[in-house]
Write a protein that binds this ligand. Structure first.
Ligand SMILES: [Zn+2]
Length: 466
């Protein structure tokens, strides 16, 4: 196909796309006009400003905070900002998703220019089309991209890993105290004997007489639990919350596969999990030590079975390429979806990765009803959707086996090494500053500040009667 790469939402031949562009441009103008000139944290009182804006626009404080925050985020991403100013590819809704995802990075990491340069680079790669009529990435892909970028520079924040148990609370000295807040009491308890696995469970009564269970575990344990829960939900045909209850009260035997994807030809390649994303080094190591089976994706890519259902390796290959349901705009994770034969099995379509696409049950039915058809590029994993009105759009594969992500893995290991160097240099510079500060004479420390409280003597009480 010789057409230039483009976004389907910027199609000049579509009335909807043209109207969308005008609306998005006007939306940015509107929000730039509303945006406070002064720094909202210092000069202007934020509450007063919100009240004035509410009076004149009817916009709630929540929406004002979200969209101003999104514009602040965009100011730190100069290349993405220039792209949006030129094309209006992303509206403020998309921008707020990006802003929220970046907000999940550790606070100290958000102060690092290195993070913002890396985010700008990866977001530009995500929002630069490589096919004509390319579909805008879904929210899951946007969130995953940002989470992956944060993971690639996490070394910058490594020295400040917080203690999951916080500061130890001193034991009460004078016997037991009334237990008014059971959850707070549980939080203050020291860790159980198996300190290797840092877990905590809070049980709090809710106002409607139900009980709220809140469980925090390390990432490796969490990955295993999420996989057990989704398998239990699938086996018991219910949602994950009900499946968890049923599994605790009436356990059934489950076969659970936790899939870990790692490039074998890249040093220090990250480990991807289908729902958790890039794992921390510790979690990746813990889980890799438990691995019972290793699958070769080079072999699985060309493997074929005469059966209708995919073999386990073929299925892992298609999940690793697709990562989500491939229907335009669907964000369902691929792990428990149906594999769809592009050319139906009964019409001679092989059960092979290059004829299989992951679709959720809902969209699988749509496809079976022939509301839309698709072509699958066997090399890139791109899916070309054809609609009944004669138009088409391209969905790019987003999993770690997709060619684009494979290239990024190379970037990941190089960037992680640079981030490690940068963190080491910064730590050395801070060490030197502390050393210099130690050399300068300091005023004598004053350990306490006496405060004189002047008051008048209380009036004398009447003498007690005899
Ligand atoms: Zn779907």
């Amino acid at each position: 196909m010789s057409q230039p790469a483009s976004w389907s939402v910027l199609n000049p031949d579509s009335l909807y796309s043209r109207v969308r562009r005008d609306r998005t441009a006007a939306e940015y103008d509107y929000w730039r006009t509303l945006r406070p000139v002064a720094d909202i944290n210092s000069e202007e009182d934020w509450t007063t400003l919100c009240t004035l804006l509410y009076r004149d626009t009817g916009l709630s404080k929540g929406i004002l905070t979200r969209n101003f925050g999104a514009l602040d985020t965009l100011d730190r991403l100069p290349r993405l900002k220039a792209l949006i100013a030129e094309t209006y590819l992303l509206d403020l809704y998309h921008l707020s998703i990006i802003s929220k995802a970046i907000g999940k990075a550790p606070t100290e990491l958000q102060e690092e220019d290195f993070l913002w340069r890396s985010l700008d680079e990866d977001l530009m790669a995500l929002f630069t089309p490589s096919r004509p009529q390319q579909l805008l990435p879904g929210t899951r892909t946007i969130n995953n991209t940002i989470a992956d970028t944060i993971a690639s520079v996490k070394n910058l924040a490594a020295p400040q890993v917080p203690d999951p148990w916080g500061k130890p609370t001193p034991e009460p000295e004078d016997g037991p105290t009334p237990c008014e807040d059971p959850a707070a009491t549980m939080r203050s308890l020291p860790p159980a004997d198996d300190a290797g696995r840092v877990s905590s469970l809070f049980v709090e009564p809710l106002p409607d007489d139900r009980l709220n269970f809140s469980l925090a575990v390390d990432q490796a344990t969490g990955v295993l639990l999420t996989d057990v829960l989704s398998q239990a939900a699938r086996t018991r045909k219910t949602n994950q919350a009900n499946a968890m209850v049923d599994q605790l009260l009436d356990p059934v035997s489950l076969t659970v596969n936790s899939l870990l994807y790692r490039a074998s030809d890249v040093d220090d390649a990250p480990v991807f999990h289908p729902t958790t994303g890039i794992l921390t080094e510790e979690a990746a190591q813990t889980l890799q030590d438990m691995v019972t089976q290793t699958l070769d994706m080079d072999a699985a890519r060309d493997a074929e079975t005469p059966q209708h259902d995919m073999t386990h390796p073929i299925r892992c290959c298609v999940i690793g390429r697709d990562w989500t349901c491939r229907w335009p705009g669907c964000n369902a994770p691929a792990t428990h979806l149906d594999g769809d034969h592009r050319i139906n099995h009964e019409d001679g379509g092989p059960t092979r990765a290059d004829n299989m696409v992951m679709l959720c049950r809902h969209h699988h039915n749509r496809k079976t009803d022939v509301q839309a058809t698709y072509l699958l590029d066997p090399v890139t994993g791109d899916v070309y959707w054809h609609f009944s009105d004669g138009t088409y759009a391209v969905d790019l594969a987003a999993g770690p086996l997709a060619p684009r992500k494979k290239n990024w893995v190379q970037t990941y290991s190089q960037r992680a090494a640079r981030a490690r160097e940068y963190a080491a240099r910064k730590a050395a510079a801070e060490e030197f500053e502390r050393y210099q500060a130690d050399q300068e004479p300091r005023p004598a420390p004053q350990p306490y500040e006496p405060v004189l409280v002047r008051h008048r003597a209380p009036p004398e009480e009447d003498p007690p009667p005899f």
